[in-house]
Design a protein around this ligand. Structure first.
Ligand SMILES: [Zn+2]
Length: 269
């Protein structure tokens, strides 16, 4: 057995732990034996800084402490954290003044500081598949409330030209991992990027919105009518991309669009 096929087999055995079945005891024993073999081959390292750590797919204690996880209380609409808990279902002033096209957004952590930025960068440019699974599992937890009443998980697509250059869409990798974790259907072909947009970096909020205008279209024949969609991206910044993508899905008949990202920029909080 090659190292690679051993790795794949071990990972699939440990995945089985999540399933509730009478055979879970046997599977658990196989999984823990598998994990020991995996540890010998690949000693566990921190996903963010690569320091040696206790378990696969996690952070070292220092990175864990530095992660700015977003937890309740937060704005029910934008998912931005509140300083004080004033009760369930509250909206931030920003969500009331400038409501997004999507219904609700959820994120694992703040993007601006801590290891979240490094994790996103590594997902985009280096480790790729290895990172998508643990990050997607965190997203499934952070987005549990919006996933619970959703029908399908759809990634924000890249323009085909950019996908060809990069060969990897990090939003799709996260969406696939999150869908697997939550048991929801993964539908990467329902939304298309029909306009190649320039980078959003350095653009104002208004410029970002106009840059993204008409960038997305629902795929012809995508059965979106009446469905509640969870849209997935790696980072939420101004919301221009998520709004444009949500608008395309709603135009094609989707009943609702929620957004789950790994990290989000939090301004004014
Ligand atoms: Zn670390």
């Amino acid at each position: 057995m090659t190292v690679n096929s051993c790795f794949t087999r071990v990972m699939s055995l440990s995945e089985v732990r999540a399933e509730a079945s009478p055979r879970v005891g046997i599977r658990e024993r196989f999984a823990s034996r598998g994990r020991a073999a995996l540890d010998a081959l690949y000693p566990p390292i921190c996903l963010a800084c690569r320091a040696a750590t206790g378990a696969h797919g996690g952070l070292c204690p220092a990175c864990w402490r530095a992660m700015r996880f977003i937890e309740r209380p937060f704005c029910d609409r934008l998912g931005t954290p509140f300083e004080q808990d004033l009760g369930e279902g509250l909206l931030s002033p920003q969500a009331i003044a400038d409501p997004p096209v999507f219904r609700r957004a959820r994120a694992v952590a703040r993007f601006e500081d801590g290891p979240a930025r490094r994790l996103v960068h590594r997902l985009k440019y280096s480790d790729r598949g290895d990172l998508a699974r643990p990050l997607g599992a965190w997203m499934a937890r952070a987005g549990a409330d919006v996933l619970a009443d959703s029908d399908a998980v759809v990634p924000v697509p890249l323009h085909p030209l950019r996908l060809w250059k990069r060969r990897f869409n990090q939003a799709a990798a996260l969406a696939q991992a999150m869908a697997a974790e939550s048991g929801k259907p993964y539908e990467p072909r329902w939304l298309l990027r029909v306009k190649s947009t320039r980078s959003q970096v350095g653009l104002s909020r208004e410029q970002r919105a106009s840059n993204m205008q008409g960038a997305f279209r629902a795929a012809p024949g995508a059965p979106l009518r009446g469905l509640r969609i969870v849209l997935v991206d790696d980072v939420l910044t101004s919301g221009a991309t998520a709004n444009a993508a949500a608008r395309a899905l709603l135009r094609a008949g989707a009943a609702d669009v929620d957004v789950v990202v790994f990290a989000r920029v939090v301004t004014g909080a």
